[in-house]
Design a protein around this ligand. Sequence first.
Ligand SMILES: O=C(O)C1=C[C@@H](OP(=O)(O)O)[C@@H](O)[C@H](O)C1
Ligand SMILES: C=C(OP(=O)(O)O)C(=O)O
Length: 423
Amino acid sequence: MSKDQKLTVLPPSHPLKGRVSPPGSKSITNRALLLAGLAKGTSRLTGALKSDDTRYMAEALRAMGVDITEPDDTTFVVTGTGKLLAPEQPLFLGNAGTATRFLTAAAALVEGEVIVDGDEHMRKRPIAPLVKALTALGVDIRSETGCPPVVVNGTGDFGTDRVEIDAGLSSQYVSALLMAAAGATRPINIALAGDDIGARGYIDLTVAAMRAFGAEVTQPSPSVWQVQPTGYAATDYLIEPDASAATYLWAAEVLTRGDIDLGVKATTFSQPDAKAYEVIASFPHMPAVIDGSQMQDAIPTLAVLAAFNATPVRFVGIANLRVKECDRIRALSTGLSNIRSGLATEEGDDLVVASDPALAGQTLPADIDTFADHRIAMSFALAGLKINGITILDPACVAKTYPRYWDELSSLGVALEGDRPDI
Ligand SMILES: O=C(O)C1=C[C@@H](OP(=O)(O)O)[C@@H](O)[C@H](O)C1
Ligand SMILES: C=C(OP(=O)(O)O)C(=O)O
């Protein structure tokens, strides 16, 4: 069983140098797959990510009548009819937050029943605010627990044309509503309830992808979006590399004083996590306080890097890391404290990393529980570049977004001992 596998990362004796291309963006691939699936005609998505999360999205669309072929490792050719059909079985989406949230809203455009479900982790990730918003839009939808499974009885349209969404727990609820809204028969207004939200950059990604597939979205005010009932037009779409995946390579470079060519400049990404580049480049003088609200998926990378920083780092604005693939604040504080007692502490929803440059070169055997979370596995592997004895439990969990992660580290000359997952 892959869950019992263990992989020990051996610190390289040399700076990491070479060329590694990060995979395609998970966020953009899953948006493009859905939009292409909703469009009538054939779209060619290139530079795409092939991983657990995007396979779940593609499989779900296939189950709803979309034809998807995969001519090579980075391309999906998607042919839609302009309409998603009711699937015969529940849609199983693993722990893919994007696929789960986006398809829950898109299910309103299906005539018939759609059951959206995921694995035991996804079944603990909140979806009630999205269910509430879809109910307000006149959709017959229910979830017993506030998490998947969600049962949607769609009519192919929405019953009302304006909705408020509380996106405090996840920006994906807004993205989900926006993408589905273009399939309605009248303009839909989507407004944020309450204050601004973290991860706003993901909403910008959504709007950009929608526009590329022919949608018309305007923003009458910063927290309100109006979506016209255009539907989507099939198009060819080039997906940029994954900025969150890039953070591990940027961090590996500064930690080993190496030179890793990603083939793409940090300034050219449109994804929020590219903001982490500047912080990584400031190592070993990272800021004393880092606000993670607009680069949430990069926090595991930054927190492990902070352990080797010259001075302590407090991470703020990260409360919703508690409802990601696992409670990431807990997983980071547990893993870092497992390496050296007191290395990280939780203060409310802040994470404080004590920082200890003297960790480098030490032998500190630690089995890191990844809680099946790809980002915990990938970020703690970085600690293994500097400390002897870092063992990653369930290393195959990187398959969620970066199946080639261990291969890429190897290609840079990092020795890995133990169960090298075959993914
Ligand atoms: O819209 C997206 O593609 C994503 C939004 C973020 O999630 P939340 O909006 O749930 O914070 C991010 O953590 C996730 O990996 C991808
Ligand atoms: C939070 C993440 O994923 P998702 O919400 O898409 O499952 C992630 O990839 O870090």
